[in-house]
Write a new protein. Sequence first.
Length: 250
Amino acid sequence: MADPVLSTENLTRRFGALGAVNDVSLAFEEGRVHAVIGPNGAGKSTFLNLLSGELRATSGRVRFRGLDVTSATPEELSRLGVGRSYQTANLFPELRCHDCVWLAAQSRLPSAMRFFRQAQKYAEVESRAARALQLCGLESRRSAIAGQLSYGEQRQLEIAMVLATEPTLLLLDEPLAGLGHDEAARIIDLLRQLSRGRTAILVEHDMDAVFSISDTVTVLVDGHVLETGSPERVRASVRVREAYLGEEVA
């Protein structure tokens, strides 16, 4: 088996006496979608925040392509190729869609502090921005103001901004949260498209989406790993059905 893109070793985060993430050791393989699910309060968002550098671990290690990134900042991880989306779309609401994505693409330049060239001269930036908008189905909305988009389109735009940074690993935090049926269907289709040949860690409550998109599923309960395996294995697990789905299995 090839080395994982990302791995955690006994990763733990405590808030006082509360263990939000407890001794979690997982490996995330290249080119696969790995979902992390669990009931409310299971530690999913805390776990994702540890992976993205927005929280510091109490103990344990996080490695990205073999490099110890346990203490790396979100900016450092972004430069290494880790992209993150949030439960609430994180945009520039007063800017046009194209400008939001362009700024994200510009952040990948060796230096973003170049004041003496016209912005239009950055051909590589424009190319990445246009490609991200096209992939997320927003070409026709490039001139729309981000804050005036529907909530579903805002989720699409946030994903486009992440893709414009050309990440090798996507961290997706509940991309379907708050969406209606039609909007959720569009995002699910987008996630299926993005999953082709990309590595993604997906936190999501929509079980139909999780089981249809993911290659591997991990179930967290009270900050501990309850089960990890294929969607079929997790769906059939008695422990998962009892602890997560609330079923009593004889």
